[in-house]
Design a protein around this ligand. Structure first.
Ligand code: UD1
Length: 417
């Protein structure tokens, strides 16, 4: 079993390059299904989730070719086949293949998706949106079958601005006759990035990044190239790590405007942040203070994916910080592991209070989910002694080389098989 060993106490300094965003590239890879030809995805990070998406594409008959950070997908000879259950269980975003396959073939069959366990993660909004476009959907025994003789453009209003449901609806709408308007759409930058990719194929989509996305279906597509946006959650990870450890880190390629909600509490905690044309620079010299309540929200609010990271960063801050998790019901599974390191955290329902402590001690801890795992790494960087992180497969789903990149910044960290 692969594990990460971390000895805490080092300051971080140097540069880290922020790679392409996982949450952007996964729906983009699902969207390559739409085009009977070649899509080239640049800045495509080498993550296990990306490999799972490529495996799904190959199962459907696509050819994929990776050269460094560039992945080419040739979906010319794709066939409509059920996506095997083990691949669906690997990650949540495999459900986006539903809308894409429906648009291309008028039918799709797959299983309920897996992914991080953050509490119930229903897909009712995805299914409702696809039904509004004319799909007949049956779900039994864990499998989902969607069929549509003809998809028709529709006015869809999502009950919640779900990221995945917005993406699924956008892709299915491209296979529908006429215009679809998705209202109360998620406004995350990854949705805008998906739109950019679709436009590179010649699709007519507009409004992504705002609450209304408009899609004109059935326009002919052509080969396209797209460069994936930088990963704002990976950027938040290095910002949180530097805040926790002290030092100065330059995040090459990070987009400041995607990170407004995470930069505010970092400044409040005592970090200096600067931006230039290469990216962002964070410096933390003095003590770290607790901050006003951090409430997770849909974009442009504070991202739920950064909640565990910031909790880890503030474990040794002066004072108490309240976290309110508003997006997922069970997103504090990392807390018990942090407590093993000596963290003082109380959780009640959706609220967690972090009381800053002077010292953390190394411990053997288990990664509970992707961002929870990264949070444990951050905490271990500030703990006395050598911590061991187990079940690091979760981390590899979203970080191409977390240990290597932190080591390059001066951390004492290594991965062992
Ligand atoms: C995406 C991100 C994930 C991030 C989340 C919220 C990807 C691959 N994953 O996940 O990292 O944490 O956005 O920013 O992009 N909901 C329903 N019914 C549905 C769909 C969602 O009730 O049909 C609820 C969910 O349970 C959750 C909330 O809506 O409480 C937000 O979920 P959603 O925006 O759909 O997140 P994901 O697309 O799964």
């Amino acid at each position: 079993m692969k594990r990460i060993f971390i000895t805490g106490g080092r300051r971080l300094s140097g540069e880290v390059h922020i790679r392409g965003a996982k949450n952007s590239v996964l729906p983009i890879l699902a969207a390559t299904v739409l085009h009977k030809g070649v899509s080239v995805v640049e800045n495509c990070p080498a993550l296990s989730d990306v490999e799972t998406a490529a495996e799904i594409l190959r199962c459907l008959g696509a050819k994929t070719e990776r050269q460094g950070e560039c992945l080419a997908v040739d979906a010319s000879n794709l066939q409509s086949r059920p996506i095997p259950e083990p691949l669906m269980r690997e990650m949540r975003s495999s459900v986006i293949f539903l809308g894409a396959l429906l648009a291309r073939f008028g039918e799709a069959e797959l299983f309920y998706p897996g992914g991080c366990e953050l509490g119930p993660r229903p897909i009712d909004l995805h299914l409702r949106a696809l039904r509004e476009l004319g799909a007949e959907i049956t779900a039994e025994g864990g499998s989902i079958r969607a069929k549509a003789r003809k998809l028709r453009g529709a006015e869809i209003t999502l009950d919640l601005p779900s990221v995945g449901a917005t993406e699924n609806a956008m892709l299915a709408a491209l296979g529908a006759e006429g215009v679809t308007r998705i209202r109360n759409a998620a406004r995350e930058p990854e949705i805008a990035d998906l739109q950019k990719f679709l436009r590179s194929l010649g699709a007519k989509v507009r409004g992504a990044g705002s609450s209304t996305v408009t899609v004109e279906g059935k326009t002919p597509l052509c080969d396209g190239i797209h460069r994936v946006m930088p990963d704002r959650i990976v950027a938040a990870t290095y910002l949180a790590a530097c805040a926790a450890c002290g030092g100065e880190v330059r995040l090459m390629g990070a987009e400041k405007q995607h990170l407004t909600a995470v930069l505010a509490p970092l400044k409040e905690a005592g970090c200096e942040i600067a931006a230039d044309q290469t990216g962002l620079i964070i410096r933390r010299e003095g003590p770290l203070s607790a901050v006003r309540p951090i409430r997770t929200a849909v974009y442009p609010g504070f991202p739920t994916d950064a909640q565990a990271l910031f909790m880890a960063a503030l474990l040794k801050s002066r004072g108490a910080t309240v976290f309110v998790e508003n997006i997922f019901e069970n997103r504090y599974r990392h807390v018990d592991e942090l407590i093993r390191m000596g963290a003082d955290i109380r959780v009640e329902g959706r609220v967690a209070v972090v009381y800053g402590t002077e010292r953390l001690q190394a411990a053997r801890v288990r990664c509970t989910d992707l961002r929870g795992g990264a949070a444990l790494a951050i905490a271990a960087l500030t703990a006395e002694g050598e911590s061991v992180l187990e079940e690091i497969g979760h981390i590899e789903r979203g970080y191409a080389d977390l240990a290597g990149e932190l080591a390059a910044l001066g951390a004492e960290i290594r991965t062992e098989m």
